[in-house]
Ligand binder design. Sequence first.
Ligand SMILES: Cc1cc2nc3c(=O)[nH]c(=O)nc-3n(C[C@H](O)[C@H](O)[C@H](O)COP(=O)(O)OP(=O)(O)OC[C@H]3O[C@@H](n4cnc5c(N)ncnc54)[C@H](O)[C@@H]3O)c2cc1C
Length: 537
Amino acid sequence: MSDASLDFRDRSRLFDALDGARFDVLIIGGGVTGAGVARDAAMRGFSVALVEARDFASGTSSRSSKMIHGGLRYLPQGDIALVREAASERKIVEAIAPHLARQTPFVMPARNQAAIARLQAGLWAFEKLGGVPKDRRHQVWSPAEVADREPAIDRSDLAGAVVYPEYLTEDARLTLANVRSARAAGAVVVSYARVEEILLEDGRAAGARIVEAPELGDRQARVFAKLVVNAAGPWVDALRVLEAGGAQSRLRLTKGIHLVVDRARLPVNRTVIMNAADRRGVFAVPKGEFTYIGTTDTFYEGADYWPRIEPADVGYLLAACAARFSTTPLTAQDVVSAWAGVRPLVAEEGKAASDISRRDEIWTGPAGVLSIAGGKLTAYRKMAERIVDMAEAALGRKHVKSKTATTPLVGGDVDVAAAEAALRTDGLSDLAAQRLVALYGSEAGSVTQAGGGPAVEARQAVLHEGALMLEDYWVRRSGRAWFDHNGGLDALTPAADEMAALLGWPAAETARQIEACRRIHHDTLASLTASPIATEA
Ligand SMILES: Cc1cc2nc3c(=O)[nH]c(=O)nc-3n(C[C@H](O)[C@H](O)[C@H](O)COP(=O)(O)OP(=O)(O)OC[C@H]3O[C@@H](n4cnc5c(N)ncnc54)[C@H](O)[C@@H]3O)c2cc1C
């Protein structure tokens, strides 16, 4: 294996080297799907290029609810294959990157015995289908146990709760671990490189013209490949139009938002599932000193980089919390940060947003481009395996068995409990140790040995994790934009100064980078407090 570090300080050379280069496979999109495909293809011996228009994971793959689901929610839809796949993929993520699949109890309070019986019936079926071992099966808590363990839950009409284990992840870090593992297996990976044209030879896709992001320069490159894979998430249809002008839209986008509050304002000890006004399940997840609440599922037109958070979205989630918890109702003023993402779902006419299947689909376009959409973060690896199997067939190569299920991801060769204990011995608090191991896995020590904090993390982000903008560090490498005191704003200057020293930014550029991050924070919060429903809730 070669080096897994992504140090893009000489990125212009890397970009130039793409021009005229020939690969077996060119992957468009550095979300979890494209990153997973790049890793598998490179590990099976393909020469691979992965190009991403912005930062890795800057699309949907950093906007999820951060759950590695066992697939329980697909059970009512009768999608047994999806349940099985989700359950087995969950185990695989835990094996190859235990820090990115942390088991945590999900608590489903119920108002009567019939509801408990219904939940249990679903869980028995799920546990059987998913091969859930005995020690991980669900339990039922009495009202007294709920009161003792989750005192914020409203006790009126409470018959008890059904509790089962699920897994939480760091979505952007999972994506990044795949990008770096792809790099380690020999893939060429370049961010801030947008595909603007599919190059055709005799009507067949033969590569793409790539344009550098304007913040970084005005280079262009023509990259050639025997097979082009379109893993552009919500932008898959836009790429299909580049392949064939009149391509019909195949995606239906739905938006989901998340709100972050101080944990003291919504003090949950485990993830609590509650019903929103329309009976959809929504959740409150404890994360360090914060609790995040999500999510919505509404049709959305346009694949915006920062999808709009509407007053109605905020009101919907806060009302669900007010109905489930006995704490003083939250208002929009309690929200310290928020994010929204769009799900690239495969269109199904006549279905409500939350009823559209989360299945993935792969289409071969008229010029031979493989386009992939739908799916979940949870099952990204299996989806990638299927695409690489198809790539082998398309290129007439002998089948090589995928090894992605048994090879640790970068940072994944870690014993989480031991790594956290080691950091606590070095003087870190429980929460700080948990945060660092969750983000960095086996590489956490290299951050703490250098003293920790935003400047050290930003340095790690530039030298090893492909960060080129302050936002790359602040939102996706560190999660500070959403889970830090004062909205993460205090981290901006030390991180920017460190990045400026490494990347050679003049003072005006450093100031511009800080301002861009501040704007993300302030614009998001401004959209929430404009909410009449939320402030009344
Ligand atoms: C609100 C919400 C909650 C979710 N929660 C969960 C969850 O808890 N668990 C779960 O398993 N799944 C969840 N999902 C689903 C999951 O996040 C997505 O299925 C997954 O992230 C999709 O990844 P992707 O790589 O296909 O798309 P993306 O992550 O969007 O990646 C596509 C990439 O392509 C790039 N791109 C676009 N156009 C071009 C171009 N022309 N040239 C180069 N690059 C380009 C984009 O910049 C982007 O980075 C959730 C989704 C949402 C929206």
